[in-house]
Design a protein around this ligand. Structure first.
Ligand code: NAP
Ligand code: G4F
Length: 333
């Protein structure tokens, strides 16, 4: 019988890769999409016409739309929807908590009440470790440093509580940073690859960044999506760190990207304190031994192949932009 999966956050970076992988495996996929004033489905446009994909309007702040999804009695429910920007969470703390923490309780309650055999996976975050020094693993103490991270810690504990109290199959994928050509443009890696490629083609002069010394463990979002499937398909529910185990600073990321484009990053990158955070997470590097040894997860991408893919995609975007700009100039002449 065809298996069914619900995904919140399907229009986001990782949700789009997850949907692709599940469709490839023959799943019927139901995705929750938000109403927006302009189109927000560009990351899933290429799979939009797949007959096994159905999009349903809803929101993590709206219990009835979540309960509505559960009427499909899905085998799996992946919760990837979130206000996912750490810096923005300082500006909208209450909203971030409502969506990222209370939203998870809404989903868990909907599962408990309407479809208790549905397996649930929560997109937990390495941000929960905050100022606990690396390497971080499943038993590292949480010390959240932002409203986003506080909400993710609350959600993490709600998942564990529903597992213990109601025997739900509910797991946490504690993912470290993951990137791709589909990464939102305001996250630092994409901001760098987009700016560097535009600079290369003469479309931009400078790139303004915040804290260059922060260190992160960057994986490819497709590898993280495949880890999520392994976690939800495991024999029993549990919590797993998903990480590459390699750490690089923002400065290093910028240096590598500009270098691959034949540019010296120092000529273009400037620091603007507007991008500093009220409290920063200095260093994240995950130990994913548990996931690798018990579930056999192995990433396909390396740091270098991730960067290459992001540069090549943004270079293509910049080339299209340049052609458009040149044509407009010709028309004006
Ligand atoms: P993303 O690109 O920002 O996508 C977030 C998704 O959540 C989008 O589909 C967005 O919809 C949706 N969303 C936002 N607010 C919502 C609401 N109120 N109700 C329903 N859906 C809502 O994030 P991502 O990088 O794919 O990350 C996926 C998940 O993993 C998030 O929960 C994030 O917190 C978590 N996570 C990410 C990383 C990482 O490095 N990427 C690491 C650890 C954990 P719109 O498209 O309409 O905005
Ligand atoms: O790319 P970032 O915004 O990602 P951050 O804050 O690590 O959060 C991401 O990863 C988390 C997992 O650890 C997820 F849970 C979360 O949803 C999100 O996907 O910033 C990375 C680092 C930070 O230390 C930031 O201060 O880069 C530093 N940074 C320096 N300049 C900048 C900039 N970040 C952004 N966004 N923009 C800058 O100009």
């Amino acid at each position: 019988m065809t298996k069914t999966a619900c995904i919140t956050g399907i229009t986001g970076q990782t949700g789009s890769y997850l949907a692709e992988l599940l469709l490839q495996k023959g799943y019927q996929v139901y995705g929750l999409k938000r109403r927006s004033s302009s189109l927000n489905t560009d990351r899933i446009d290429h799979i939009y016409s797949n007959p096994n994909l159905k999009l349903v309007y809803g929101d993590l702040s709206d219990y009835s739309s979540l309960a509505g999804l559960l009427k499909f009695k899905p085998d799996y429910f992946f919760n990837l929807g979130a206000q996912s920007h750490v810096k923005v969470s300082f500006d909208v703390p209450e909203y971030s908590f409502d969506v990222d923490a209370t939203g998870v309780i809404r989903v868990l309650e909907a599962i408990r009440q309407h479809s208790p055999t549905t397996r649930f996976l929560q997109a937990s975050s390495s941000e929960m470790f905050g100022s606990s020094p690396p390497p971080q693993k499943e038993d590292t103490i949480f010390h959240p440093r932002s409203p986003y991270a506080v909400a993710k810690v609350a959600a993490y504990h709600a998942v564990v509580n529903y597992r213990e109290a109601f025997d739900l199959f509910a797991s946490n994928a504690i993912s470290f940073n993951h990137e791709s050509p589909r990464r939102g443009e305001t996250f630092v890696t994409r901001k760098i690859t987009q700016a560097a490629t535009r600079i290369k083609l003469g479309l931009q002069d400078k790139l303004y960044l915040g804290n260059l010394e922060a260190k992160r463990d960057w994986s490819h979002a497709k590898d993280v999506a495949s880890a999520m499937i392994k976690i939800i398909e495991a024999d029993s529910p549990d919590d797993f760190v998903v990480a590459s185990g390699e750490m690089h600073s923002v400065r290093e990321f910028a240096e590598v990207v500009f270098d691959k484009l034949g540019l010296n990053w120092k000529d273009y990158v400037k620091v603007d304190p507007i991008y500093f955070r009220p409290s920063e997470v200095d260093a994240l590097c995950g130990d994913s031994t548990k996931l690798r040894t018990t579930l056999g997860w192995k990433p396909e991408y390396t740091f270098s192949s991730l960067v290459d893919e992001m540069i090549s995609s943004d270079l293509e975007n910049a080339q299209k932009e340049k052609i458009l700009k040149d044509n407009v100039c010709k028309v004006k002449q």
